[in-house]
Design a protein around this ligand. Structure first.
Ligand code: ADP
Ligand code: MG
Length: 550
């Protein structure tokens, strides 16, 4: 029998495994469960495909989208591996032929949707000797994740029904909470959790704040025209926006198309295929586009609007640069989007969680420190160095020794038993005597009022910095209580110092311009921002006098 390494070479043509792939394969081969967290494009598929080739019988691969199954099955077949998908679009005869293929041991991997697996469990069990269960895109099982699919939650019974078959759950997005939830929902048995680094160094990160819609589309057109042969994706919030953006691009002769869930399935899959085959340069899409798209040379991803949460954002930008070559990502952020998203997020059972996640997204967009650090901290990875490949690193903000400020906040968090959220913390630090504070006895703790000199809004932003720096953590499942991380403990107990970012003053610039006070600017970025604002005021009111003196 061939070894995993030999199979890697024979069927996939690769010389070496990527970090952790081999360990994951061994884990499954030993019959144990695993949860695999690897970024998009990291190479999750091989982790169950190679065990499927080595174990007797057929691997059942649960996958949420028919288009995704088809792509994977086509790819496997072109590598000479016998695989099939099984779904309700097939005729009885087709299904029967596939089941026969499983029965006589020919088909090594069977891709199936969760619904179909649940409805046809008996038939499949009779036909196949099941070698393993792979649950791909496993974050769909959790309502904490960003792409919840209720059908996934019913799969928990499989683990009990097949106690001796190994399970492997795979996903590219899972914060701590989602991780725990996946294990619980799928009833995984003492799974080993494999987390490879989420850092995608080849992606540059940029956020553009407050660009007006008209300027935005023009900027994007210029951007694309400067990158003639590079394909990219523009993510928009609404279907309407996708179509509008597409029209604007097409008017400029850019080879683009739009993609959203309101389109006919056949048209959608043709857009996807044309994009993959380099027959389309740009797709203007909603988040419906992309799950599992295996196109290695996407050179850029633009977010036309603010995404709903960091998980989704990270997965979307992750579609760029899967070949490891430098790729660009740009996020356009403005308050109008934020307000709209706030409105959407505030509805339904998950309102509170959605709003908190949106707040973290907002904070990323407004961040004053290395953006990659923020993203990685969000996924509980704590890089030491700034990345040097984001707009904040390119344009560093000023810092100050924030150790005492942080200690005050952390000490208050500790003294309140790590069970309170952000607003309570700020109120306690500022010495509020509102009723809940008195009732809980928080007016008696030592740090009550210890930060009264810092304005409320600034405290909120400092605490957001602490979250982004990985000093504090927010427990979404415990009423958003703030908790001190090990890194936070080091600062609280004086083992380490920490720098905070001087709060930026975009608002101050705007106010100065509006009230016609002279504004002295000290660097190019500020100058540029100021000029932009001056120009806007000119455009709105022609007779506003403004002078720029060099
Ligand atoms: P994921 O499911 O994690 O998003 P895939 O399994 O689709 O990623 O793999 C992404 C790409 O990486 C594929 O083109 C795959 O062939 C390639 N790949 C996977 N493992 C390796 C490896 N060990 N060496 C080189 N390329 C690999
Ligand atoms: Mg995948």
């Amino acid at each position: 029998m061939l070894s995993p390494n030999q199979l890697l070479k024979k069927y996939f043509g690769y010389e070496n495994f990527r970090p952790q792939q081999e360990e994951i394969i061994e884990q499954t081969l030993s019959g144990a469960d695993s949860l695999v967290l690897m970024p998009t494009g990291g190479g999750k598929s091989l982790c169950f495909q190679i065990p499927a080739l080595l174990l007797p019988g057929t691997a059942i691969v649960v996958s949420p989208l028919i288009s995704l199954m088809k792509d994977q099955v086509d790819a496997l077949r072109s590598n000479g591996i016998s695989a099939a998908f099984y779904n309700s679009s097939q005729s009885f005869e087709e299904q029967q032929a596939i089941l026969n293929g499983c029965h006589n041991g020919e088909i090594k991997l069977l891709y199936i949707s969760p619904e179909k697996l649940l409805s046809d469990t008996e038939i499949i069990t009779k036909a196949c000797k099941i070698s393993l269960f792979a649950i791909d895109e496993a974050h769909c099982v959790s309502s904490w994740g960003h792409d919840f699919r209720p059908e996934y939650t019913q799969m928990g019974f499989l683990r009990e029904r097949y106690p001796s078959i190994p399970f492997i759950a795979l996903t590219a997005t899972a914060d701590k909470l989602t991780r725990r939830d996946i294990i619980k929902q799928l009833k995984l048995k003492k799974p080993q959790i494999f987390i490879t680094s989420f850092d995608r160094k080849n992606l540059s990160l940029e956020v553009k704040i407050g660009v007006k819609p008209k300027e935005k589309i023009n900027e994007i057109i210029d951007f694309i025209q400067e990158r003639k042969n590079q394909s990219g994706i523009i993510y928009c919030l609404s279907r309407k926006k996708c179509e509008e953006a597409y029209e604007a691009l097409q008017n400029q002769g850019i080879n683009a198309m739009f993609y959203h869930a309101g389109m006919d399935a056949a048209v959608r899959s043709s857009v996807q295929e044309r994009f993959i085959n380099d027959d389309l340069q740009v797709v203007c899409a909603t988040v419906a586009f992309g799950m599992g798209i295996d196109k290695s040379n996407v050179r850029w991803v633009i977010h036309y609007n603010l995404p709903k949460n960091i998980e989704g954002y990270y997965q979307e930008i992750g579609r760029a640069g899967r070949d490891g070559l430098p790729s660009e990502t740009i996020l356009y952020y403005n308050y109008a989007d934020l307000q709209l998203l706030n409105k959407f997020a505030g509805e339904g059972a998950m309102a509170e969680v959605n709003l908190e996640k949106l707040k973290r997204m907002q904070n990323y967009a407004e961040a004053d420190s290395c953006r990659r650090k923020i993203l990685l901290n969000y996924f509980s990875e704590s890089p030491d160095q700034n990345c040097g490949n984001c707009d904040v690193c390119a344009n560093p903000r000023q810092h100050f020794d924030g150790t005492v400020t942080v200690q005050k906040a952390l000490s208050a968090v500790m003294r309140m038993g790590e069970k309170e959220g952000l607003n309570m913390l700020v109120d306690v630090l500022r010495g509020s005597k509102r009723q809940e504070i008195i009732a809980a006895g928080y007016d008696k703790i030592k740090t009550h009022g210890a930060g009264a000199e810092i304005p409320l809004f600034d405290w909120q932003r400092y605490i957001m910095q602490m979250l982004n720096l990985g000093i504090l953590e927010m427990a979404y499942d415990e009423n958003f209580a703030l908790k001190i991380t090990p890194a936070g403990n080091d600062i609280l107990f004086g083992k380490k110092k920490i720098e905070l970012t001087v709060l930026n003053s975009i608002k101050a610039v705007e106010k100065t311009v509006k009230t016609r006070q002279p504004k002295i600017v000290s660097d190019y970025e500020e100058l540029f921002n100021t000029l932009r604002k001056v120009r806007r005021i000119f455009a709105e009111k022609e007779n506003v006098p403004a002078y720029v003196i060099f």
